[in-house]
Design a protein around this ligand. Structure first.
Ligand SMILES: [Mn+2]
Length: 360
């Protein structure tokens, strides 16, 4: 495996220089994993111009020794933030960037107390997240494999979509198959909804049984080599009436419209606009209740956001979902979601599940 960690840490050091800070602290497990390879769920990484240290506890001693690259490992006994604070105080650091989103108010207070009054703690936002948004080839390969795994499970699940099955049963069957194929859990609570419940964009699986001639919405993902995938498919159990077919085609066209425009240099909001305008021409824009998509990677929702008001440009190496949907109260909802890599040429779809309306 190539080791990208040193290059990533070098980018953090550039931020330190730019912000006149002596150290950067992250206690977000996804971020320290990204920067030094440690996959434990508890710890903190401190990066300074000339050294780096990963603080964790005895449970992770072996794992940290095996995984951590480019940082020394420090085992603490009485809490990670007190240990970090003490270390900073003893080294006389004056200005330390920490991640505002990664510490609770209580944790920030504990860190401040251990640092003492001479260390200035400066909140920062999105430093590592902006790096994480642009994936290297190995990361894209992991997301592609995760997307493929999730897609394969969909085809395995189709024979089970029969009248009588309950939403929570179908969710369990889906998650079981993800696990069997090697997914390490699910990146979010699987959504399974039948009939009128498909009008809830984030329905939780209930005990509702499937009846004949109903919509079925599934939204699920896999985690492979720590990278997430995220798909939605809407199928019809029976022969779909004309209105459902028309709506399905309109959502699919909106998705394809967004896919056609997605390319490096385009503001993310333009991808959203492409989907929204397509639905508007079908008279459905006001039933599209959310943004068009979001970045995926080590987390299921990460930068870049693809919605209204998102002015940042897409870049080659971004991996995003494109997931327009319409939700008609009392009737049902239709959403189609795929995972897409932004390439130099445009966009490449990573998910392989069939996209046309399936009538089961
Ligand atoms: Mn999604």
């Amino acid at each position: 495996m190539t080791e990208p960690f040193l290059a990533r840490v070098a980018r953090i050091k550039e931020t330190l220089a730019a912000r006149s800070a002596g150290a950067f602290l992250t206690a977000n497990p996804r971020n320290f994993h990204y920067l030094c390879g440690f996959t434990g769920s508890s710890g903190a990484l401190l990066i300074r111009a000339n050294d780096a240290a990963l603080f964790t506890d005895g449970r992770y001693a072996c794992q940290a020794r095996e995984e951590v690259r480019g940082a020394r490992v420090i085992l603490h006994r009485h809490g990670v933030l007190p240990a970090v604070g003490e270390w900073l105080r003893r080294r006389g650091e004056r200005r330390v960037l920490f991640e505002a989103a990664a510490l609770s108010v209580a944790e920030r207070a504990a860190l401040g107390k251990a640092c003492g009054p001479r260390v200035r703690l400066v909140p920062s936002t999105g430093v590592v997240e902006q790096l994480r948004a642009v994936k290297d080839a190995e990361e894209v390969a992991a997301i592609r494999a995760s997307a493929r795994l999730a897609s394969d499970v969909f085809e395995e699940l189709l024979p089970l979509i029969r009248p009588g099955i309950r939403e929570h049963e179908l969710a369990a069957e889906l998650e079981y198959r993800l696990r069997r194929r090697g997914s390490s859990g699910t990146p979010f609570d699987t959504i399974v909804a039948f009939g009128e419940r498909t009008a809830l964009p984030h329905a939780r699986p209930s005990s509702r049984a499937l009846r004949k001639n109903e919509l079925v919405m599934l939204d699920w993902g896999a985690i492979l080599r720590h990278y997430c995938s995220d798909l939605t498919r809407t199928v019809f159990a029976g022969r779909a009436p004309a209105r459902i077919r028309r709506t399905y085609v309109a959502v699919l066209e909106a998705q394809q419209a967004a896919l056609r425009v997605a390319r490096p240099g385009l503001a993310a909001q333009q991808v959203d606009a492409a989907a929204r305008n397509s639905l508007r021409s079908a008279g459905l824009a006001r039933y599209f209740l959310h943004g068009t998509g979001h970045g995926i990677g080590l987390e299921i929702h990460e930068a870049p956001r693809v919605g209204r008001g998102q002015k940042d440009s897409l870049r080659a190496g971004h991996v995003i979902t494109i997931e327009p949907g319409v939700y008609l109260e009392g009737l049902g909802g239709i959403r189609i979601e795929d995972d897409v890599q932004i390439t130099e040429q445009g966009a490449e779809v990573l998910t392989t599940a069939p996209r046309g309306l399936l009538e089961l």
